[in-house]
Ligand binder design. Structure first.
Ligand code: ADP
Ligand code: MG
Length: 261
């Protein structure tokens, strides 16, 4: 197998705040992500999913162990990793188009190049009629579509997503899953996607990494081989239901053990 895009080796994280007892968030984790993978990281709340994602993003440092991208240690954030978080992170003083172009301006691309890339992604996320709108004029789903377009416009090596649809109503969430998966099916951008939603984790992934309760580690990895393109009808198929009940049982056991501890 070719060398992975992301290699996580013996990575652990303990938070130590002054005057408080230390919190071990992650016990040593070994995990790798191949190019074109759509990996979902699934686990109960508080198990360390965001901590792991933030370390891959370079927003936080591990206490021990290593994480590398294309064999280079991750030492901080970089344009090679596009990020989308749950809370809306658009610049409120910029329009949809300006938000999408933000990284392109920084890169020094010409106005024509910026416009071309912006057009392409604004169409992809279905916001071409809203290019001149400001974030506060958009629904939550539209804001997240803008955030996805902004992340993709920079042609990152991978997308890091932390419960990006977590604040959306269920209908919108389902639409957003299909939208993102459709983009992935075309562009095959590598994705690491954190969620606590089991349906979402299975529907989107080619691999689900299931976390144990805190201190977190990746307990199991499950390959999801359902063919592409996928649509919402997959979620009610017997094969999906079977996989879902297996995973539900595993997560439930984690919760039971954590509550008993
Ligand atoms: P998840 O995203 O799976 O819900 P997190 O990664 O946010 O979990 O948190 C894992 C654990 O680490 C939790 O117990 C949380 O309280 C702790 N933690 C996260 N960030 C910090 C921090 N900056 N300082 C102290 N403890 C933290
Ligand atoms: Mg989290």
């Amino acid at each position: 197998m070719s060398s992975p895009l992301v290699a996580i080796e013996q990575l652990s994280k303990t938070f130590q705040s002054p005057g408080q007892s230390a919190v071990q968030a992650l016990t040593p984790i070994d995990f790798s992500i191949q190019e074109n993978d759509f990996v979902t990281v699934l686990g109960p709340s508080g198990c360390g999913k965001s901590t792991l994602l933030r370390i891959v993003a370079g927003l936080d440092n591990p206490t021990s162990g290593r994480v590398s991208l294309n064999n280079k240690p991750i030492l901080g954030p970089g344009a090679d990793r596009g990020m989308v978080f749950q809370s809306y992170t658009l610049f409120p003083w910029l329009t949809v188009a300006e938000n999408i172009c933000y990284g392109l301006v920084e890169k020094g691309l010409s106005k024509t190049q910026q416009q071309e890339i912006c057009q392409y992604y604004i169409n992809k996320v279905g916001l071409k009629d809203f290019a001149d709108h400001y974030p506060k004029q958009l629904s939550g789903g539209m804001q997240q579509r803008t955030a996805i377009a902004r992340a993709l416009a920079n042609s990152p090596k991978m997308l890091l997503m932390d419960e990006p649809f977590g604040a959306l109503d269920n209908q919108t969430r389902v639409m957003m899953q299909e939208l993102l998966l459709g983009i992935w099916e075309q562009e095959k951008t590598t994705v690491m996607f954190v969620t606590h939603d089991i349906d979402e984790a299975i529907f989107m992934a080619n691999r689900v990494a299931i976390f144990s309760a805190r201190p977190g580690r990746i307990k199991t990895e499950i390959a999801v081989d359902f063919p592409h393109p996928r649509d919402y009808t997959l979620k009610t198929s017997p094969e999906f239901m079977t996989l879902k009940s297996q995973i539900t049982e595993q997560i439930r056991q984690e919760m039971v053990d954590a509550f008993a501890a």
